[in-house]
Design a protein around this ligand. Structure first.
Ligand code: SF4
Ligand code: SF4
Length: 398
């Protein structure tokens, strides 16, 4: 069974976390080659923002209407998009929501993608799955069907997170049914302070089912900049306990990383934004990643391939180097920090600046490794500027 701890790319599920993801080395080499040639290997398409759950940590601000939204991409538009993605080199297509099965066309989209040779991953809460739908999913041979689960046994706790009574039982039923039919399942837990004590039992549940398990301590602000969800994040003690847990595959790696404290080379690339994948909204906007405040273009106005090759935003992101960053560029924690430009922007208001949340995680890794933890350049800067600018989701200094 595969157990992973993911600390970034939470929204895309693209798995690029600073050496913590346990992707096979063949896949890692593929991603490396795709990044140097700017091939959109992994693309996430949100089929809808509609959802019948109302999770406390959800980053969508427009997930409550259940009726079809007139601007959502049609089946024809989605099929044309898949043609374009396949031609551009995409291999892995993630269909996400909202709840993807609130759309009647979802299966048709998935079948079309399989016919075009794409491997697919499906993100769902599973509440709408039926035995017939499960058979149809099985016939797609998906790479994975992925569910969020917040407790193995405490249905009330899970239902309090989703704010949907009965959701735990239905999600667990769907997981068991898929596993019984040999469909690869990933159980994921966005780790929040209230559900932190649950993860060992969730690991055991996944183990007993033969499902993969992914822990993610990332909780982001909402797309509209509302930061109330950040109060759900793990406490410093919980973060330390997570990274020190010998039962997880990260503990040894953390010790190795932390013992190599050094700043990154100024000419190093910052991240994979704009290089190996992107996210496409239900309305056709192409984003470097989910939650990015500016689209690179819209597929109703330009073909995907033109946007991917020519959009000024994507080309700016591809040119980003460590030397362009502010406080982080000289930070000796950079080699084990999960800093993400999106976190920096959404948490502290500057795309090229530091991220307080990333600083907290880096400090937790140091404590987990038994090393002293010193303030970071970003923390020192934040302390100095008592009149810090208000956080805005639309500020960018490049
Ligand atoms: S299932 Fe996903 S989209 Fe739906 S409310 Fe929960 S986090 Fe949001
Ligand atoms: S200042 Fe904080 S966010 Fe920036 S590299 Fe250092 S630990 Fe990471």
């Amino acid at each position: 069974m595969l157990v992973s701890v993911e600390s970034d790319s939470h929204r895309t599920g693209m798995g690029t976390g600073m050496g913590l993801a346990t992707a096979p080395s063949g896949y890692a080499r593929l991603v490396q080659r795709a990044a140097s040639a700017y091939v959109p290997l992994n693309v996430l398409v949100e089929l809808t923002h509609r959802c019948h759950l109302d999770c406390v940590h959800c980053y969508l601000e427009d997930n409550h209407a259940h009726g079809a939204k007139p601007r959502e991409l049609t089946l024809d538009e989605l099929c044309r998009l898949i043609d374009d993605l396949a031609a551009a080199g995409c291999l892995f297509l993630t269909l996400s929501g909202g709840e993807i099965f609130l759309r009647r066309e979802t299966l048709e989209v998935a079948r079309y993608a399989r016919r075009r040779g794409l491997a697919i991953r499906l993100f769902t809460a599973g509440l709408l799955l039926t035995p017939e739908l499960i058979s149809a999913i099985r016939a797609l041979y998906p790479l994975s069907v992925e569910f969020s689960l917040y407790s193995a046994e405490k249905a009330d706790l899970h239902d309090a997170i989703t704010r949907a009574p009965g959701s735990h039982g239905k999600t667990v039923w769907a997981i068991r049914e898929l596993v019984a039919r040999h469909v690869p399942v990933v159980i994921k837990t966005p780790l929040m302070r209230e559900v932190f004590p649950e993860y060992p039992a969730l690991v055991r549940l996944a183990q007993s089912l033969g499902a993969a398990y992914l822990l993610d301590p990332t909780v982001t602000p909402k797309n509209d900049g509302d930061q109330s969800t950040c109060a759900l994040r793990l406490t410093p003690d919980q973060l330390t306990a997570l990274y020190a847990d010998p039962a997880l595959p990260v503990a040894e790696e953390i010790r190795t990383l932390v013992s190599r404290q050094r700043p990154r080379d100024p000419e190093d690339e910052v991240c994979n934004l704009g290089k190996t994948g992107c996210a496409i909204s239900p309305f056709g906007d192409v984003y470097p990643t989910l939650g990015f405040p500016w689209p690179a273009g819209n597929i109703r106005e330009q073909p995907f391939r033109t946007i991917w090759r020519e959009a000024p935003l994507l080309n700016k992101l591809r040119a980003l180097r460590v030397k362009h960053l502010g406080a982080c560029s000289g930070c000796n924690k950079f080699s084990y920090c999960n800093r993400c430009c999106m976190w920096a922007l959404m948490d502290d208001g500057d795309f090229l600046g530091g991220s307080s949340w990333a600083c907290d995680i880096a400090a937790a890794k140091e404590r987990a490794a038994g090393l002293p933890s010193h303030p970071t350049p970003h923390q020192a800067k934040m302390q100095q500027s008592s009149s810090a600018a208000p956080v805005s989701p639309v500020r960018c200094s490049f």
